[in-house]
Design a protein around this ligand. Structure first.
Ligand code: ADP
Length: 548
């Protein structure tokens, strides 16, 4: 017997339709690449998204065609999010921090038909335009007055505002099957070529519902959300969908991701919730600290993408009254998998005990299931001790990469269900809180035992003189590998190797202590702001440890 409820496909267009009708006057504020602050509303965004859809149809873009963007967080990019996906085409957000060769590779692989770009990326566009195979339309996201002076270098270059001005916005969002592809995002490809993750309308809407829940990002209509995480990094973790769904005000920081620019927006717009990777918050905290400032409206910040050092969680809470929501996920998971929200037993615990909960990567959000397995593939207990490969499944988790790149990635279980192997190594507490100890390729294997590099980095990051720390495996004749700590000091701070090694005493098993410390001017960061430990491993491949 079937239930007798209405059949309505879960489509991305429904989010902006809802916002237009129920939160039409709610503001969307953007720092533009033109340099000014721009204000609009959900009502206007919805209207202009329909104009985008009309313009795409006029350019010959059809259902399922890929349309690329190279853009910061801003209202025009948001109009494209809805205009492209809403019309049934696929929004391909390209990470502009990738190498031009990689951009050409993924534009060709995706078979992008059009590329919309912010003016900042005009030099990059010139470097790739002659090389891509399928892009027919290049669109500068600006008005005619702001077109680059040398626009003639790219014959046929279109102007976004001209395209929209030619449409009347009288357009009805098409209805199609909810499993239709909506957007495409490539993994950063630290190993091999980037692989495409193709989201659907259904997976996106379900992920958005889960992300908004109180124990996840916890966003409602009275909130003001500022995603620092870029719209080219896993759809800004869903925030560009979540804000219209909930009616929250949305603040888009454009290219201004330095501490000062962000802080000014937080204060002037009354931001209550934000989200980003740890390296960005470091810049913001350094600025706020140095200038003796406070956050007057900020209450929560979601931090993930790489491990958030407990010292940062403590600082946010103790010094600024901001609660960190430590979250974990990946491009293949839309991205959210877990968030570190309390359970009832934590409410009455001491501050230290609660901090320990907040420092974990969190517990599974409804919709995501997870398990850890040993080398034999058998499930390991949730005892907070056993650590193994982390596998996940759920309706917003990838089943295959775009164009079947790499074959079937799923690992079947006894019931025939497929699990996605995350490449992370984790343990899970009896209460269901997951702790990532490493990425499998970053694990340090000392005498056959694993040392978790993230633990060591977290300790080093708590030292007042340390700005950033990476722990990598260095070759050792007896133990195969031993930990080498690579440290970037805070400007003007002094600390010796001996001081730092002493700092580990009593915090970990003695044999986990790094064998050596090297100080560097900078630690390489990847396209999504994460430490590139593979580059460091290359750099220190021939390093001789003093213990060797
Ligand atoms: P990539 O870094 O390959 O571009 P993602 O941005 O999808 O891909 O990153 C996913 C990976 O980032 C996870 O598999 C995990 O290793 C790491 N990660 C994400 N969040 C956290 C976190 N809170 N703590 C530790 N590692 C994290």
């Amino acid at each position: 017997m079937y239930g007798q409820m209405m059949q309505q496909p879960l489509l991305i267009s429904s989010l902006i339709v809802h916002a237009e009708r129920h939160h039409g006057d709610r503001e969307v504020v953007s720092r533009r690449v033109e340099g000014d602050i721009h204000r609009t509303t959900y009502k206007q965004i919805a209207q202009r998204a329909r104009q985008v859809a009309q313009a795409l149809a006029n350019l010959g873009v059809c259902l399922g065609d890929r349309v690329a963007t190279l853009a910061w967080n801003g209202y025009r990019h948001m109009e494209l999010y809805y205009g492209v996906s809403g019309s049934g085409a696929v929004l391909h957000t390209v990470n502009p921090r990738l190498h031009p060769d990689q951009i050409v590779y993924i534009a060709d692989h995706a078979e992008d038909q059009a590329m919309f770009f912010d003016l900042t990326f005009w030099p990059l566009i010139q470097a790739v335009a002659g090389r891509t195979k399928t892009v027919k339309h290049w669109v500068a996201m600006c008005d005619r007055a702001h077109l680059p002076a040398d626009a003639a270098k790219l014959p046929g270059l279109l102007c976004y505002e001209d395209l929209l001005a030619a449409q009347d916005g009288r357009y009805a969002w098409p209805e199609f099957e909810e499993n239709t592809a909506s957007s495409l995002c490539y993994t950063s490809g630290t190993t091999g070529n980037p692989k495409g993750v193709l989201y659907s309308h259904r997976s996106t809407v379900l992920h958005t519902l889960a992300a908004a829940l109180p124990d996840c990002l916890g966003v409602g209509a009275t909130d003001c959300v500022l995603p620092v995480v870029p719209m080219f990094h896993v759809n800004s973790w869903g925030i560009v969908y979540l804000a219209p769904m909930t009616g929250a005000k949305l603040v888009l920081p454009g290219p201004g991701l330095d501490g000062k620019s962000l802080y000014e927006l937080f204060e002037s717009e009354g931001v209550t919730v934000s989200a980003g990777v740890p390296t960005v918050w470091q810049g913001l905290l350094a600025y706020v600290d140095a200038n003796g400032l406070k956050f007057s409206t900020m209450r929560r910040s979601a931090i993930g993408g790489s491990a958030c050092p407990p010292a940062m969680i403590r600082k946010f809470l103790d010094d600024y009254g901001v609660r960190v929501i430590h979250a974990w996920g990946m491009t293949e998971m839309s991205p959210i998998g877990t968030a570190a929200a309390f359970k009832v037993q934590h409410v009455t615990q001491t501050a230290e005990q609660r901090l320990a909960v907040m420092a974990t990567q969190g517990r599974a959000v409804y919709g995501v299931d997870m398990k850890i397995v040993g080398e034999d593939g058998k499930e390991l207990p949730w005892d907070g001790q056993a650590s193994g490969d982390l596998l996940v499944r759920g309706p917003w988790i990838l089943s295959r990469y775009f164009k079947d790149e790499g074959g079937n990635p799923l690992v079947p279980d006894a019931d025939g269900h497929g699990w996605f192997p995350t490449g992370d190594v984790a343990k899970i507490s009896p209460e269901g809180y997951m702790i990532i100890t490493d990425r499998s390729k970053d694990v340090i294997k000392s005498g056959g035992e694993w040392i978790g590099s993230i633990d060591l980095e977290n300790i080093a990051m708590a030292h007042p003189a340390v700005a950033m720390a990476a722990c990598i495996a260095a070759k050792h004749p007896k133990w195969d590998e031993r930990p080498l700590l690579v440290v970037m000091k805070k400007p003007g701070a002094e600390v010796t190797k001996e001081d730092l090694l002493a700092f580990f005493e009593g915090k970990i098993a003695k044999w986990w202590t790094p064998d050596d410390v090297v100080f560097v001017d900078a630690i390489p960061l990847g396209a999504t702001g994460k430490m590139q430990k593979n580059k460091l491993r290359d750099q220190f491949r021939e390093y001789t440890l003093p213990t060797a």
